[in-house]
Design a protein. Structure first.
Length: 126
């Protein structure tokens, strides 16, 4: 059922990036707050290749991941990052950019479209 619900949100256009997929699946899968951390780690492992099992901290796991290394190399090549590297801030920036969700905006678009259709008078000429 969860998988079908996830596909339905994709068909509706609610899932348009990795961040919105993360949010939708979290709402569908996590039935309690206790399940959010394991879900997050599993999502990171599957979609970003961030395996936390062999590291002392989550920051270390992220820093050593190929997804973070690729993101960082692009930032360095384009000159968006220069000077001394603050990995703590960069890891936060990486997660914020990578998992930025447009779910709320997509839901609003869907609601606006439904309202427009509900308000439409089929007897009126277009």
């Amino acid at each position: 059922r969860t998988l079908l619900d996830m596909y339905r949100t994709m068909e509706m256009g609610l899932v348009t990036n990795l961040g919105s997929l993360f949010d939708v699946c979290q709402h569908l899968i996590c039935k309690s707050r206790r399940e959010i951390a394991p879900y997050t780690l599993a999502f990171w492992d599957h979609f970003l290749g961030i395996d936390t099992t062999n590291f002392n901290t989550i920051d270390d796991a992220i820093r050593k991941s190929s997804a973070f290394e690729h993101w960082l190399s692009q930032k360095l090549e384009t000159g968006k990052i220069s000077g001394e590297i603050d990995y703590e801030k960069l890891i936060d920036q990486f997660l914020n950019e990578t998992l930025q969700s447009d779910l709320q905006a997509n839901i609003q678009k869907e609601l606006d479209a439904r309202k427009h259709l509900d308000d439409d008078n089929p007897d009126m000429a277009d």
